[in-house]
Design a protein around this ligand. Structure first.
Ligand code: G3I
Length: 386
């Protein structure tokens, strides 16, 4: 494995490194601590040559049990995010018990490999422990939100490049104000919960970019068009109110059951960028449910679909990086999800490495997409979200 040093505006540790941290002494050294471990022929190397970054979600269970998993993440990634460990139901499972071990281990892994770190997620209706759900009401909701953001963003202050401040808040079909989806936070605090969450992060860790992370915006359907319209309107309102949002996260879970309308996706990203926000592809994978069982055919279709999607998003100068939702096929959440798993029971081939950590056709499509992408470095100076 060839070791690379940090280089280029896509890999910028300096601002983060000077921020004071709220961590235990063992975690206090500047971030990242050392040169990157990624290989010269890795996805991240191809991405960073264009001022982009490639990253992956980290599943803490194989990270602890299987050294080959850590080696694969180190070899390919310049950026990582804990898949679950910084969510409220994991990090604060009971009122009197906080559990930071998984988050701390993910941070330590990133630092040991010279990788940048994202954080997910501060406010997500699905990541609430029961005790907290019961306290999200008019009387206690705001204080609880501030306490939680202070706790988790405070612990990792100076270490996180961008936080998913709000996750999956779009739900026009719920008929609520502004097209926001039903959520205990909306019930308790009204739509201002968005502003409050971003402002709380700015107070706790002003160096971390505040990001709205959203799903089901990529593909072609009327209901998806309605979601895109809601996003653009809501972003416009937030910016007009001075809410400290710096980035938008397109999750990038693309599914073979729907078509991709390149022109519409391109236009949507352009409109977000025109507001001065930068964009991250935060949870990329390809759900292959609609493709045939044959592995060679399926891999080719997955790779083709991914390439068409990536060619659009990497063409947008405001896009900073692509993070896959884990890196190796057996770990994909798609196999565990009742709606997403394949009817024939075969495991999905959604990610760039196979069960033996070999590079798949999807890996090659991603590598080629990074290699062929326009150089993003010139665009960086014009964005407020970087
Ligand atoms: O580890 C336990 C296992 O011991 C137990 O037997 C099993 C029984 O349910 O649960 C296992 O934990 C599950 C965990 O995934 C690990 O597989 C949790 O129940 C399950 O809730 C958890 O789901 C995570 C989900 O977010 C909810 O937090 C997925 O791993 C994670 O991939 C998924 O990620 C989300 C993003 O945050 C937001 N966008 C969508 C994406 C996919 O759903």
């Amino acid at each position: 494995m060839t070791r690379q040093t940090h280089a280029g505006p896509g890999d910028r540790p300096s601002r983060r490194a000077v921020l004071a941290g709220g961590l235990a002494a063992s975690l206090c050294a500047p971030f990242p601590a050392q040169a990157g471990s990624w290989a010269a022929d890795s996805l991240h190397a191809a991405a960073s040559a264009k001022g982009l970054a490639y990253g992956s979600a980290v599943n803490i269970t194989p990270l602890r049990r299987d050294p080959a998993y850590g080696r694969a993440l180190a070899r390919e990634c310049g950026l990582v995010v804990a898949e679950n460990e910084m969510k409220m139901n994991y990090a604060w499972p009971e009122p009197g018990r906080q559990a930071f071990a998984g988050g701390d281990e993910t941070l330590a892994f990133a630092r040991a490999n010279g990788q940048r770190l994202r954080g997910t997620t501060l406010i997500w209706h699905e990541a609430l422990p029961d005790w907290a759900r019961a306290r999200i009401n008019r009387r206690e909701g705001e204080a609880l939100m501030r306490r939680w953001i202070g706790l988790i963003a405070g612990r990792y202050r100076g270490r996180i490049e961008s936080w998913d401040v709000v996750n999956e808040i779009c739900g026009p079909e719920d008929g609520r104000e502004g097209g926001l989806r039903n959520s205990p936070w909306l019930d308790a605090l009204g739509p201002r919960y968005l502003d409050l969450a971003f402002e709380s992060l700015r107070e706790v860790d002003p160096g971390a970019a505040g990001l709205w992370n959203e799903n089901d915006l990529e593909l072609s359907a009327d209901w998806i068009n309605r979601r895109r319209a809601m996003v653009l309107k809501t972003l416009g309102g937030m910016i007009a109110r001075g809410v400290p949002i710096r980035r938008f996260g397109l999750q990038g879970h693309i599914y073979s059951t729907h078509a991709l309308d390149e022109a519409r996706l391109r236009g949507f990203l352009r409109e977000i960028a025109a507001m001065g926000l930068s964009i991250e592809i935060t949870e990329f994978d390809v759900d292959d449910r609609a493709y045939p069982a044959d592995v060679a055919v399926r891999d080719r279709k997955v790779a083709d679909f991914a390439r068409r999607f990536l060619d659009v998003v990497l063409d947008e100068p405001a896009v900073l990086n692509v993070t896959t939702w884990d890196i190796t096929n057996p770990n994909t959440w798609l196999n565990a999800n009742l709606q997403r798993r394949r009817k024939d029971g075969l495991p999905q081939r959604a990610l760039p490495l196979d069960e033996a950590y070999r590079r798949t056709p999807l890996w090659r499509a991603m590598h080629k997409a990074f290699t062929d992408a326009p150089d993003h470095r010139a665009a960086r100076v014009r964005l407020r979200g970087v």
